[in-house]
Ligand binder design. Structure first.
Ligand SMILES: [Zn+2]
Length: 168
């Protein structure tokens, strides 16, 4: 599973947290699988990212698969992540010029998002759109009361949606 995660370009921090293997062994494995050193630096950690228009569509698509597999299979949490992410990649590569080596929505982002949903005080959750009835990633905090009347980014598309380059 570690090899599959590396092939899907999960960051080293994901592997360190998920497997009881030393950093040295994981770096070695990374080099053997991809022929390069793992990227350095902090993990992308901002719940705001998932609420912006394009990231929201991608992360909600991933969560659609994740919820189906969680409900109808006996997969382990890591298998669920991998399987759902593979389905997500397959779907987007069918629609756009998608570079699988530099995916817009990375498996590390997917992994982070799932963690943010499972905290004792979750930062993100799924909310049903009042128009299309689809489930979308939203902030967990509902102090502004928007969950009840939530309308997704596809039903209420901003004028410039998809035309500007979103920071990855
Ligand atoms: Zn909608």
């Amino acid at each position: 599973m570690a090899i599959r995660l590396i092939q899907l370009r999960a960051r080293l921090q994901v592997l360190e947290e998920e497997f009881n293997l030393s950093r040295e062994i994981l770096i070695q494995l990374y080099k053997e699988v991809l022929g390069e050193s793992p990227p350095k630096g902090m993990l992308p950690f901002s719940e705001d990212w998932y609420s912006t228009w394009q990231p929201n569509i991608h992360s909600s698509l991933f969560m659609g698969y994740y919820q189906i597999f969680s409900k109808y299979t006996e997969l382990s949490p890591l298998e669920l992540l991998i399987k759902s992410y593979e389905m997500y990649l397959e779907e987007v590569s069918r629609h756009c010029n998608y570079d699988k080596n530099h995916p817009f929505f990375s498996i590390t982002r997917a992994w982070m998002m799932l963690k943010m949903m499972k905290y004792n005080h979750p930062m993100l959750r799924m909310t049903r759109c009042n128009e299309c009835q689809g489930n979308f990633v939203t902030r967990a905090d509902d102090s502004l009361g928007f969950h009840k009347n939530f309308v997704c980014g596809l039903c209420n598309m901003p004028a410039r949606a998809g035309k500007t380059k979103v920071q990855q």
